[in-house]
Write a protein that binds this ligand. Structure first.
Ligand SMILES: [Fe+2]
Length: 450
């Protein structure tokens, strides 16, 4: 699918890449930035270099946009490409002999703080360490111990400080679970048996379990040879959720539960309820919605049936409740609006949560899962919000005491701002005017000053 200009959707309008790296200081603030918001907001996304045309939205070089806030001021903005070997020297992830160079990646999906370091992530390869000023340190394989890629959606256990993640492969082992200790040592790697290679973008954790989403977006070597995004939908693969004990001594006890075929890019959060059931909240694409979004972001024609008005090409908030002992899984829709990029208070990761935050094409939504109600903030006509990152208030008692940060970009390409909302009621706290348009991208993090 292409835009009215004939360019791919992700090369045009509010998604179009920017051509260069800039710096700006003393940014204009509308409203009052809370003084305790001292730190950095970094956000990653694909940004092909000038003259490059990528065949898929996911394929552009990672560019991180960074904003430095301190004592109520917005001190600086800058944007930098992640200087991977793919960016600087044209190295390729897959060599002619099908060998993998896991440093030759885009590093374009997420940027996270962990153990006093900052990492840019993309799921097929190694993380890239960045400096707090957005310089690139280099690829990280945790002392040679990481032998797979690293998902862009690791989960930090708020109780232990450990970072749990996984890597998936085109070839066996298709799935490997990893655990980093709180001080950054890769202390566990565990192969997990799945039927094939799929694009597994996210997963979930609870206090005692890891939850896998083994879904029918399968690796296709023929597509890989053609040099295009090597994944396609396969009805024959089926779809299943896997519940795996985190306890290494129970590594073999993975239980799988068949579900209706669907796709999930993003998990909101998961927890165990009082009955020991695993409750997983995510945004789920029905097959036709997935077909539409996959065609859209890959520049492919969508089938006529997929273009039907009822097919939005969006995901919807969904809950699975899995009873590991009884062997049952219950699926239920939590909201009928098309949403993406679910976030939560990271202090609740793997634990029970009351609130999730999502974005639509024009709004930020706060979902109260206890009451079933929701609140909405619309930044304005033609303004498109990105992922809303929850930042807890100092001394917060309530789960929703804090702020949401979202880069909002004008659909007509006229500019961007960092919007700061009060997460308790979605009222507008402040907005920082950015010196340039920030293309719609993927994920970001608030990195508080130590
Ligand atoms: Fe993601």
């Amino acid at each position: 699918m292409s835009s009215q200009t004939g360019r791919p959707l992700w090369m045009d309008g509010h998604m179009a890449p920017v051509p260069d790296e800039i710096d700006a200081v003393d940014l204009e603030v509308d409203g009052t930035l809370p003084a305790e918001l001292s730190g950095r907001y970094f956000r990653n996304g694909p940004n092909p270099a000038p003259g490059e045309e990528t065949g898929h939205w996911f394929s552009g070089h990672g560019m991180v946009h960074g904003l430095r806030l301190r004592d109520g001021r917005a001190e600086w903005y800058r944007n930098r490409w992640v200087r991977t070997t793919h960016f600087t020297g044209g190295a390729d992830l897959v060599g002619p002999d099908l060998g993998l160079d896991r440093a030759a990646v885009t590093a374009n999906t997420h940027v996270i703080p962990f153990n006093d370091k900052i990492y840019a992530l993309v799921e097929v390869g190694f993380p890239y360490e960045l400096t707090p000023e957005l310089g690139t340190v280099g690829p990280c394989d945790f002392g040679g111990r990481l032998t797979s890629g690293m998902t862009a959606h690791p989960k930090q256990d708020p109780r232990t400080g450990e970072l749990l993640f996984f890597g998936y492969g085109f070839f066996p082992p298709y799935l490997t679970y990893h655990r980093l200790s709180a001080d950054g040592e890769l202390v566990e790697s565990r192969e997990v048996d799945v039927p094939g290679g799929t694009m597994m973008h996210d997963f979930a954790v609870t206090e005692n379990h890891v939850v896998w989403l083994d879904l029918p977006l399968v690796f296709d070597a023929d597509l890989a040879v053609q040099g295009v995004m090597p994944y396609r939908w396969d009805d024959g693969y089926g779809a299943r959720l896997g519940v795996m004990p985190r306890d290494p001594d129970r590594a073999g006890e993975v239980r799988w539960f068949d579900i209706d075929p669907c796709y999930v890019f993003h998990v909101g959060n998961a927890h165990e309820d009082a009955a020991g059931r695993v409750v997983l909240d995510c945004v789920r694409y029905a097959p036709a919605d997935f077909a539409k979004v996959w065609a859209t972001i890959g520049g492919l024609p969508a089938a006529e049936a997929v273009n039907a008005a009822a097919v939005q090409g969006m995901a919807r908030l969904h809950r699975w409740t899995i009873d590991p002992s009884g062997g049952k899984v219950l699926g239920e829709a939590l909201d009928d609006r098309g949403t993406e990029f679910p976030t939560h208070n990271d202090g609740r990761t793997g634990l029970s949560h009351r609130y999730l935050y999502t974005v639509t094409g024009d709004s930020i939504i706060k979902h109260d899962l206890r009451t079933g109600s929701s609140a909405t903030h619309s930044p304005g006509q033609g303004l498109i919000p990105g992922e809303a990152v929850f930042v807890p208030a100092a001394d917060a008692r309530g789960e929703d005491e804090g702020w949401l940060m979202s880069v909002v970009t004008d659909a007509a390409g006229r500019g961007s701002e960092l919007l700061v909302l009060d997460a308790s009621d979605l009222s507008r706290t402040a907005a920082v005017r950015l010196p340039r348009r920030v293309p719609a991208g993927f994920h970001g993090s608030w990195i508080p000053d130590a």
